[in-house]
Design a protein. Sequence first.
Length: 209
Amino acid sequence: MDLHEISVQLQAGKAKMVKTLVQQAIDEGFPAQEILEQGLLDGMNVIGEKFKNNEVFVPEVLIAARAMNQGVAVLKPLLVEAGVQSTGKVCIGTVQGDLHDIGKNLVKLMLEGKGMEVIDLGTDVAPETFVQTAIDQNCQIICCSALLTTTMGVMSDVVKAAEAAGIRDKVKIMIGGAPVNQAFCDQIGADVYTADAASAAEAAVALCS
């Protein structure tokens, strides 16, 4: 079989088909890493690019991600067995006082689509929680999201909390959300600002390599 077929079905959001094809690829002796990269992650990358270019929208991304998760579930035991490392570890959350999670969830999906391990802290996350999670879980990146101008200032507190905890040199801080821009990122001393979820995932991979 052709692993590209997994990618095609994933892009179409055909979760059952993806699951079946992944199992078939395993049965035919394809290495788990190859199935992951050439099938599942390849499909999610295409969706990510299309999303960035406004060729597909949130529903298509969610459906493709669901198909990817089905495929990953079949592969997981084999990936663990083969000792396949994730491309990086990230904790993500919407900052304190802000309950918006659509943007955050999209970034999480795109990160997972790049093979990263993501710890989702949810919404209304205190700066200390971001920092403590990064320490406890050994994350390379903290991702902060905000949708309100009133809460974006909390991102500055996250940077300060990381500095106070002495991990600022080890952990990159990425920020995003409607009111946030590059100037604000520079002003608070965060590492990376991206305008959309797909770019965020690309930047995260670059930071971890």
